[in-house]
Ligand binder design. Structure first.
Ligand code: FPP
Ligand code: MG
Length: 346
């Protein structure tokens, strides 16, 4: 494969629309499949599901699933349904996640938890999981059931690992990667693994597709962490420094914590700022001041650039894993998608 295709340090902005092009028609079918989930009979649940499914998200996971399918052979109805399953699971996790994170805004809109409360949010997530299971059951493929059941277990483990490590400055990279693989990369890798399974690849090729998804998922999570520091509330559709305010020490902070020797003045300053931002009842002015001080400190040690470099390393490794696939618009779009993930602003 020409080296240029794997050159993730290439900063030429990726045209997102072009990434969607090879699977545009298939994505329309995924959306149709999502619209056809069984509507709840209970009015409150129906309203909450309608509110949730109304939003036209980026359909990132279906996109990944379809591109991996196209790149590894073909896209038929089972591939479309599997892509829809991935989206349903993703949306279900967000309904649960907003409860855990006490988030009232997502994608610039009020969350279900803000509108109807935590219980409705959790149960709406459960409803979507049930709908995902129904779709999976119709595919009559035990391997796919096993892949997505494993994802659900991983998601729970990742979230619990995050809860365990929260408000704790002793978090390390091992915890960080374990959490990121479980809570983000597992669904990405399932999208790619299932494509390989549906297209009857050899086991070692399926594992390479899975590895692509995992490495890409890690890179995606690292950039998500970074955007918490570099993006705006308007672009993100949610408050900035949200992770830290929820006690989560993410990649830029881990880089900063390992840069300063423990006990040094800088380390203590960093520790003080992190601990102050953990406090949600802080005066807004004090909070802004602490945020600015923290951002300046991160800037001094190039923590943002180092975080970006780390993500690009995972993108490179991801692309190497699927170099065995024949050149095609789908494979090229997968490479571009990984590059886009490191360039995105929200
Ligand atoms: C977003 O995290 C959340 C996830 C990627 C996974 C959430 C998983 C669970 C709540 C586990 C149990 C759920 C199910 C349905 C099995 P984030 O808070 O970092 O991102 P955000 O900024 O988009 O909220
Ligand atoms: Mg959240």
């Amino acid at each position: 494969m020409p080296q240029a295709q794997l050159d993730t340090s290439n900063k030429t902005p990726v045209n997102v629309d072009e990434i969607y092009t090879p699977v545009q028609d298939d994505l329309v079918k995924v959306q149709e499949s999502l619209r056809q989930i069984v509507p709840p009979e209970t009015e409150l649940l129906a309203n909450s599901i309608a509110h949730t499914m109304q939003v036209r998200g980026k359909l990132f996971r279906p996109l990944l699933s379809l591109l991996a399918s196209g790149a590894s052979g073909k896209i038929d109805d089972p591939h479309i349904e599997t892509a829809a399953v991935a989206e349903l699971i993703h949306v279900a996790t967000l309904l649960h996640d907003d409860v855990l994170d006490k988030s009232d805004m997502r994608r610039g809109r009020s969350t279900v938890r803000a509108l109807w409360g935590n219980r409705v949010s959790i149960l709406s997530g459960d409803y979507l999981l049930a709908q995902a299971s129904l779709k999976l059951s119709r595919l009559n493929n035990c391997r796919l059931v096993s892949i997505f059941a494993t994802v659900l277990s991983n998601l729970c483990e990742g979230e619990v690992e995050q809860v365990r490590a929260s408000y704790n400055l002793d978090v390390n990279w091992e915890n960080y990667f374990k959490k990121s693989i479980c809570k983000t990369a597992s669904l990405f890798s399932a999208c790619c693994e299932s494509a390989g399974v549906l297209n009857c690849h050899t086991e070692s090729e399926i594992q390479r597709l899975k590895l692509f998804g995992e490495k890409f998922g890690i890179a995606f999570q690292i950039i998500d962490d970074l955007l918490d520091y570099t993006s705006s509330a308007q672009a993100l559709g949610k408050p900035v420094l949200d992770d830290l305010k929820n006690g989560i020490l993410n990649a830029p902070i881990l880089i900063a914590l390992e840069t300063f020797p423990k006990g040094s003045n800088e380390y203590q300053k960093l520790q003080g700022l992190i601990e102050s931002l953990f406090q949600s009842e802080m005066e807004p002015n004090d909070q802004v001041a602490s945020q600015q001080e923290l951002l300046a400190l991160l800037d001094n040690i190039d923590a943002i650039e180092k975080t970006q470099v780390l993500a690009e390393r995972y993108v490179r490794e991801a692309c190497e894993a699927i170099a065995f696939l024949p050149d095609s618009p789908y494979r090229q779009a997968l490479f571009d998608l990984t590059c886009y993930a490191t360039q995105r602003q929200h």
